[in-house]
Design a protein around this ligand. Sequence first.
Ligand code: ZN
Length: 281
Amino acid sequence: MSDLKNKRIITVATTGAWPTKENTPNVPIEPAEIAEEVYNCWKEGAAVAHIHCRDDMGKAAMIFEKFEETVGLIRAKKDCDIILNITTSGGVNLKEDDRIKPFYELKPEMASYDCGTMNWANTTVFENNPKFLERLGTLTQEVGVKPEIEVFDPGMIYNAGYLVKNGFLKPPLHFQFCMGVPGGIKASTKNLVFMKDVMDEVAPGSTWSAFGVGAGAMETLYAAVALGGNVRVGMEDNVLYKKGVIAESNMVFVARAKRILEEFTLEAATPAEARQILGLK
Ligand code: ZN
């Protein structure tokens, strides 16, 4: 067995709910585009792919057939063993049953789990009410899909603690600290240290990853590596590679994250190593 101490997981979130072809022509939207991008990101060093799909207009949607096609195309690439993590939010104001069906039917190894409700980007409510979180926790356990606990502020970490205590989530948990979305905590090193401290208190023994949206992206990336965490990159979170420069692909984000790890004398975990770190079967 390889030594996992120096391995960090790079998750790529290629598409998300928001960027459109008008924002960047390089964002993959169609199932075939997403599958090809995921495959190329795996070749660059990503161990986990966080998957969203869009409707035929390119808008955020939880259309089961789109997920089925995308996942099918990725799984058809026989040399690619990347871990799939399917979204359970897909955007905002989507039906709960539609949010559940893709992971429940397609059984990826992981699914995102947004651990609380928030005012999203000063525009709308991103609803994850207590009953939905209980149902989602129960169903992920039923099908053996590991939830990735996405937290946008420290209060959501306490929600996770409550859900563990009541059996809806099963430790050890894996957190994704999603920072810099208006309505959530700002992306900064100070805030990441605090988020990690809260996690260590509320859910000791958890693994974690982080990303920053917008101006705090690079600081969060470096801070996550420095603090012993894993990282997420990709166009779901940032369409700019750096100020004023649109990323030419998701692969350039993965390649940069891998280079940063190497500067720290760390290595990007392979999917097999990531499975061990995350306790996947
Ligand atoms: Zn997502």
